[in-house]
Design a protein around this ligand. Structure first.
Ligand code: FES
Length: 323
């Protein structure tokens, strides 16, 4: 097979035409958090700085999924600066029932945990199917050393929710692996637009809180589907309001949702950074608003290991050449 080479994060690695970028990166000893094995998790998204790659339907602006895209010639790539994958055992340090649909769960570990807002973990309780949970913050914005906080919603993980509801006081050991996901809050200063769909507040809450605390001067906009306007999240909205962030609630699911979203946004440019959390369908129905405006945009798909395998979200964007 013809040979070429990829420059990944400044390291030159021999490559064969047709190999996936992931295969080349792994051979070069560069770790990418490959989770789903197809195109659902967005964990292997890399930036094509120059050269040619065959995106195979995974292009989003100047990025492609390394698990899907293949070598088409010399190219220079940049991997996201994410944390290393960790597999750890921890234990439940607190479970708080917030409402009939929501628990706040704290897991404690003996080592520091490192994740970025927008990332998720595989979480495994004994006797339970593995679930994907976004790392987040408590509803009152509290956090603790060596602790992971998850918001457990009945709609996302019904079996885990039922187990917590039944046992009330769970003290068992829990295994986690992560963090996964390449759409996470970076150290940028572009205006930040955060959008959350149904049952997808936790990663956006994590992002909003982190940005308020760590990036006080960054412009921020928070647009939430109206289904999230619930008493159980009131503490979150109060906390944000007190810091000058007023979430906008809108019908982002009905007919005309894209127009509704568009009307709420300022004129977008490539200097806007937008993140959207939600189900695949939710994301697919709205993301063209950001893609067409050439805004920098990251998907935060809310999915579970048992969800169906699906085709890439947006093939139209895949036609765009790399910049
Ligand atoms: S492993 Fe490629 S997107 Fe999930």
């Amino acid at each position: 097979m013809p040979m070429t080479s990829l420059n990944i994060n400044g390291r030159s690695i021999d490559a064969k035409l047709g190999e996936t970028l992931l295969e080349v990166a792994e051979r070069g000893g560069l770790a990418l958090q490959c989770d789903c094995g197809h195109t659902t998790c967005e964990s292997t998204r890399v930036t094509v700085i120059s050269g040619e790659v065959e995106a195979n339907g995974s292009r989003l602006k100047s990025t492609v999924l390394a698990c899907k895209a293949t070598v088409a010639g010399d190219a220079e790539l940049k991997l996201p600066a994410s944390s290393e994958l960790q597999s750890l055992k921890g234990h439940v340090s607190a479970v708080r029932k917030v409402s009939d649909d929501l628990f706040e769960l704290r897991l404690s570990f003996t080592k520091p945990i490192s994740w970025r807002p927008g990332q998720y973990y595989h979480v495994e309780f004994r006797g339970q199917e593995r679930v994907n949970l976004f790392a987040s913050f408590a509803l009152d914005a509290g956090t603790e050393f060596n602790t992971l906080i998850f918001l457990i919603e009945q709609a996302n993980t019904p079996d885990l929710f039922a187990m917590l509801a039944k046992k009330g006081d769970v003290k068992g050991r829990v295994g986690i692996t992560g963090p996964y996901g390449s759409s996470f809050l970076g150290h940028d200063d572009e205006p930040l637009i955060m959008v959350a769909g149904p049952n997808s507040l936790p990663p956006i809450w994590a992002m909003a809180l982190s940005s308020v605390m760590g990036q006080p001067r960054r412009e921020k906009m928070l647009i939430l589907d109206q289904s999230l306007k619930q008493d159980q999240f009131q503490q979150v909205f109060n906390w944000l309001n007190r810091r000058g962030i007023q979430p906008t609630f809108a019908d982002l699911q009905g007919v005309g949702a894209a127009e509704t979203l568009q009307a709420l946004l300022p004129d977008l440019t490539e200097f806007d950074m937008a993140y959207m959390a939600g189900s695949r369908d939710f994301i697919a129905s709205l993301e063209h608003v950001f893609i067409e405006a050439q805004a920098t945009y990251g998907r935060i798909p809310n999915f579970q290991p048992w969800d169906d395998v699906a085709e890439p979200i947006d093939d139209a964007a895949a036609m765009e050449p790399a910049e």
